[in-house]
Design a protein around this ligand. Structure first.
Ligand SMILES: Nc1ncnc2c1ncn2[C@@H]1O[C@H](COP(=O)(O)OP(=O)(O)OP(=O)(O)O)[C@@H](O)[C@H]1O
Ligand SMILES: [Mg+2]
Length: 315
């Protein structure tokens, strides 16, 4: 039985963000118009990512490849599922919001197509996993039936109650349709701090052997990440079926940011706040932030996360 999308949304509306502003039928046609599937979309996303995201060549490359494969396919066999991993402040949320901004036509009611789940906000109580499972399924089923090209972003995956994410396993697999709903055009992005230490360990190893971070092989890192996340009890994917059944298409590593990347963030922030690009100030803030490992100070343990407030305080 296919539940009416609006009905299932009302059921979870009190817990989860967003709601459809108009009837499900009109959203469906809106979505067709709103999704910019023209050949132009990826070059625009590419330009935006390459211009705005610093130090994440691997993540940018993989994300573009993943989007390319799904978006240009007429009828993808499964939804696109990407899992972003890395230390805090390395750009996971930032990159996912660039995708969300570019995927739909300007002016489209993005709220209806982009759904953001924050574990701490939406799934705070481990004892309520059963309830959350049902709500999550209803929410996804309802929204994908209204808009096949829906984007679901799950942040703070490392805090997610054990077993909850497996409730969406059926939607992420290779099915023509489930109860009349086709999921192949949906996009799922998971944001996770788990795996960050492993990524940093590898990046540091390259740095110590005076090898370029650009030479870190993406394929091996992805494999290591999937194993690490499956083993890690605090990853949201501990012994998860999603990994066991290979339903996560891409494990995307976000490398720790070096002083030169943090400098770019500071420069960008100064510009955004309308201040001159004071090189001394840029160096001062970025150097103070590159604190890991304590002896060498190569990476910023907070990424670019506190840059905005540091700039505000320094001016
Ligand atoms: N690689 C980057 N390039 C450019 N700006 C960045 C980058 N990483 C972080 N930033 C800046 O820092 C802010 C915070 O980063 P973001 O929220 O994306 O981090 P995150 O990886 O999601 O961290 P967390 O794991 O804590 O959620 C961004 O809004 C952006 O302004
Ligand atoms: Mg984030």
């Amino acid at each position: 039985i296919r539940p009416h999308p609006r009905a299932s949304q009302e059921a979870v509306g009190t817990v989860l963000l967003g709601c459809l502003p108009i009837s499900a039928d009109s959203v469906s046609s809106w979505a067709e118009v709103a999704f910019s599937a023209s050949p132009l979309i990826l070059p625009v996303v590419k330009m935006d990512l390459e211009r705005k995201v610093f130090g994440q060549h691997l993540a940018v490359q993989l994300v573009l490849r993943a989007l390319n494969a799904n978006i240009y396919s007429k009828r993808p066999k499964k939804p696109l599922v990407m899992s972003f991993h890395g230390w805090t402040g390395t750009g996971k949320t930032f990159l996912s919001s660039i995708i969300a901004e570019n995927l739909y036509q300007p002016g489209a009611p993005r709220r209806s197509f982009v759904h953001h789940f924050n574990t701490l906000l939406h799934f705070p109580h481990a004892s309520r996993v059963h309830l959350y499972k049902e709500q999550l399924q209803n929410w996804i089923r309802g929204n994908v039936s209204a808009c096949p090209r829906s984007l679901f972003i799950f942040s703070e995956m490392d805090q997610m109650p054990h077993g909850l994410i497996d409730s969406i396993t059926p939607f992420l697999g290779y099915h023509e349709e489930i109860d009349g709903v086709y999921y192949g055009k949906a996009i799922f992005i998971f944001l996770n701090n788990a795996g960050g230490d492993k990524i940093t360990e590898i990046a540091l190893d390259y740095w110590r052997r005076t090898k370029r971070r650009e030479d870190i092989p993406g394929k091996e890192l992805q494999q290591l990440l999937s194993e690490e996340i499956f083993r890690n009890t605090n990853s949201g994917f501990f012994q998860s079926q999603l990994i066991q059944k290979n339903l996560i298409d891409y494990f995307i590593p976000f490398l720790p940011l070096e002083c030169k990347h943090v400098k770019e963030c500071v420069r960008e922030e100064l510009r955004a706040q309308g201040h001159p690009e004071d090189e001394d100030l840029i160096t001062e803030i970025a150097s103070a932030m590159t604190d890991y490992p304590s002896e060498e100070g190569i990476y910023s343990s907070k990424g670019c996360k506190t840059v905005a407030s540091r700039v505000t305080l320094s001016i």
